[in-house]
Every structure is written in structure tokens, then in C-alpha cells.
Design a protein around this ligand. Sequence first.
Ligand code: SAH
Length: 345
Amino acid sequence: MTDLLSMTLPELTALVTEMGEKPFRAKQIYEWLHKKLVTDYSEMRNVPAALKEKLEERAAFSYPAVRALQISKADGTRKYLFEFADGNCAESVRMSYHHGHTVCISSQVGCRMGCRFCASTLLGLTRNLTAGEMLAQVYAIMRDTGERVSNVVVMGTGEPLDNYDSLVRFLRMISDGDGLNISERNLTVSTCGIVPGIRHLKEEKLMINLALSLHAPNDALRQTLMPIAKRYPLKEVLAAMRDYYAEGRRRLTFEYSLIRGVNDTDACAEELAHLISGMNCLVNLIPVNPVKETAFRETRPGDVQGFKKKLENHGIHVTIRREMGRDIDGACGQLRKRYAAPDHQ
Ligand code: SAH
């Protein structure tokens, strides 16, 4: 069975013409799927029943079911646990800002990167998500809320560059004028720093934002937190990030989760300032979300401010990420894990 939601318009056109139909039918169907967000063939009103029947034999599509939904009392953040057709689950989050709604999607079921502070990786990688499954997370949330989404970040469970082809297909389809038409500039991918993936992504000529999960100012400390750092030293990762942005004028974003007593010392702040001095960049600080299975604790608020000041003294732009939905299992992967392994709670 073909995965209909993962098909681009040219692919759908090829399928429809192979069935002896006119190409404009493909565009109609594509718009039902990616603009009007229908969840069933029966909703495609201007498509002939005979064609729908033929298509149904070849291609299937469905939205994931909502297994759980948590809504933050503090800020209205909505956290969904979606269940796909094969029973696997992934989390997506919708956050509301003054400029619109941002959805954070998962790119894999689980993750094999093994970052020590991250809940998503505790059960390893189960499988990649398809482009259609990534789109369906955004579509299902839009249907559920009745509100358009203006920004999408691929920062949920999974390492997006470890699922490269589906990621790029997803990015092209969600920014497609025949689909949701979300501007490439409103799309952000976060990576732990897979150098060949960053270099490959540059060649795609997409104007999307790429954020690097840095979390440490040197290789030795980074390797204790992120196994991927053993494969790709900081020097290579930073060079790849610089090249990625060489053509555009955009700013690099570094994610830095502050872990009490581990990467939040004055010495770390100084070393970080030197590492990235002279780069057009933004450092996004976030106190680590404690995960039950790890001993890591978040940096105290006053120390977060102190770390920020130290970087700012070196002329570095810093934001402290608003902690959205902390009251609802904020950390990635915690909701899924609770359902996958109830004994651990
Ligand atoms: N694999 C990608 C994207 C998913 S994680 C990446 O590594 O960037 C999204 C961000 O949340 C990353 O910066 C990740 O390091 C961070 N993160 C994971 N667990 C966290 C936790 N418990 N507290 C704070 N940040 C966390």
C-alpha cells in the first residue's frame, strides 16, 4: 500500500495519470490532503467516486490517533501523544506565541543518539517516521484546534538528520505552495551535530533554520553528555554550521541546556564565549528538564542569569528559552515513555 500523505504532487500526478486520469485530479486530491486537511477519501467532494475507489486500493492515508493530550494550565501549551497505524507513538507539542502557533514535531519513534540528559533516547530507536507521519502531526493538531500553524520546529523525539530523506521530503512538502505553504524561514531543524547531514542539507538550498545542540564548550565535556561528539569533534561541527549559513545572512542558533554543576560553571561560560566569539550567533539557554532516570538537575534561576550575563559581556546574543508547559511533562520523550513503560513511573 502506498503512503499517500508522503507523496509529492509530481508523484501523485504520475500515479493518477497511470490510472488513466487527467493530471488536474492529482492537484485536487493534493489540495484536499495538504490544504483542506481531510482525513478520509469521502471528504474529497469534487473527486469522482470511481477514482477514489481505485486510489483506495493503491494508497492509504490516516492521521495518528490522539492517545493522550495534556494542556498546560500555565500557558496553554498542548502536548499530544499520537499513535500511528502500527501502534507506535510519538509526541508533538503546540506552543502559542504572540506571532502565532508553533508546532514541535517528532522525526523518529525513539532515538539512537544516546544523549545522557534526554528521555527520548532511553528506549533506543524503534523506527523512522515517514514524511507523511511528520506532516500528519501538524495537520492533526490544526484539525484538533481549528487554528493555523505558522511555525514548525523539528525538535521533538528523534534526530532529524538520522532520518534524512524523510526529513527533506517533509520540509519540501510543508513549504509547498500547493500544500500548507509554511515559509521555509519559519521552519527549524535541531540537530545534535551529524556533520555529513549538515553538509548534505546545505546542498538542498532550503532556507530553513538549523539549530545545533551544543551543550558544552569543549569536546571532552561534550563527549560525556553526547556520544555523537565522539564521532564529530566540535571543530568539524562548527565548521559545517558556518558553511551552512555562509550563503544566507541568518544567525546560527546554539541550544545549550544548563545542567547544574556540569556545564554551567563560570569556566564553561568563559570557554563557550571564546569558542563562538566572532560568529553571528544566538545562544538559547534552557535549564535542563530533569528526567527521572538521570541524576542531572537544572541550573538554579540566578545561575542561569549569571551564565547569560557572562556571555553577554563578550558581546554574545543570548536568550533564555521560555519554559513552556513544564507542568505537563515538558521534557521530550517523557509522555511517550510514561505510556510505553508504566512501571518506571
Ligand atoms: N535530536 C535533535 C532534536 C531533538 S531534541 C537535537 O539533538 O537537537 C531538542 C533539544 O532538546 C535538543 O537541543 C536536546 O539536546 C534538548 N534536550 C533533550 N533533552 C532535554 C532535557 N531533558 N532538558 C533540556 N533539553 C533537552
